[in-house]
Design a protein around this ligand. Structure first.
Ligand code: NAP
Length: 256
């Protein structure tokens, strides 16, 4: 017996993989996607209690997004929850980013999420129900010198999600922005992870658990973890120049 079907992008590792396990354990069928289909197939073999469909995709180009949406279309009317989780962050100075780094980051973090959201918002509106989850970041709330492009893409995700949450409210479709802080995954520098006290670093299981609760409660914004909530509340009550300046100091300090 299934409670519904969840589409999760970026399910081959990290937060997306943990989300797949959580929703499977809660009785949902899954449609999972990423580039590394070997990892998705291995996950599917483990998650045998519910139906799992694997679709390979490279969402960092318009052509890749179109191909994914086309392959997804036979399953689209069965999807109850969409989780736009796939994301990337390119390391290095802003001035040294290549054209390809910029195009792929914006395509994956912004364009793919927006096109998949538009596709399902229409589907779900006509059905009168559905839930969309967009994985942003605490970096969405203020500029982060040193992670300039990444933080700007996440600010886009938060803004779009909040606006659509209101826009679609009466249609029975909820939109939730999940904004994790530092979380131990492939995306995070493992050397940095080892130096931080545990309360500053979430586990993927914690993020998945909080995301599940937020989706089921149709919350608009969820910041997983008390330490992240306290830090954000503090920052939101400071002048913007101070938060920006402290971010700049931290970026200069981490380069030395
Ligand atoms: N870790 C953190 O501290 C943190 C904090 C805040 C927010 N987040 C956000 O959480 C989300 C998940 O990140 P994570 O930390 O779990 O990192 P991760 O382990 O690197 O996972 C990223 C996922 O995105 C997929 N992906 C990457 N490029 C792709 C592409 N071109 N096409 C399709 N899928 C692609 C990856 O799969 P393949 O490589 O197999 O394609 C992988 O499944 C991201 O949106 C990230 O920005 C992370």
């Amino acid at each position: 017996m299934s409670r519904g079907t969840v589409l999760i992008t970026g399910a081959s590792s990290g937060i997306g993989e943990a989300l797949a396990r959580k929703f499977h354990d809660e009785g949902f069928d899954l449609v999972i996607t990423a580039r590394r289909t070997d990892k998705l197939e291995a996950l599917k073999a483990e998650l045998s209690r519910q139906d799992v469909t694997v679709i390979g995709s490279d969402l960092a180009s318009n052509a890749g997004i179109s191909a994914f949406i086309e392959e997804l279309s036979p399953h689209a009317n069965t999807v109850d929850i969409v989780i736009n989780n796939a994301g990337m962050m390119v390391e290095g100075n802003f001035t040294e980013l290549s054209d390809d780094d910029i195009t792929r980051t914006i395509s994956l973090n912004i364009t793919a999420l927006t096109r998949i959201t538009r596709y399902f918002a229409g589907e779900m509106k006509s059905r009168g129900h559905g839930r969309i989850v967009n994985v942003a970041s605490v970096a969405a709330f203020h500029p982060v010198p040193g992670m300039d492009l990444y933080a700007a893409t996440k600010a886009f995700v938060l803004s779009l999600s909040e606006s659509l949450a209101e826009n679609l409210r009466a249609s029975g479709v909820s939109v939730t922005a999940v904004c994790p802080g530092l979380t131990k995954t492939e995306m995070v520098d493992q050397g940095l992870a080892a130096t931080l006290p545990p309360f500053m670093m979430s586990t993927v299981e914690e993020v998945a658990r909080e995301t599940f609760d937020a989706v089921m409660n149709r919350e608009v914004i969820r910041v997983p973890g008390p330490a992240n909530q306290i830090a954000l509340t503090w920052a939101q009550h400071q002048p913007r120049w101070l938060v920006r300046g402290l971010g700049g100091l931290a970026a200069r300090f981490s380069k030395n």
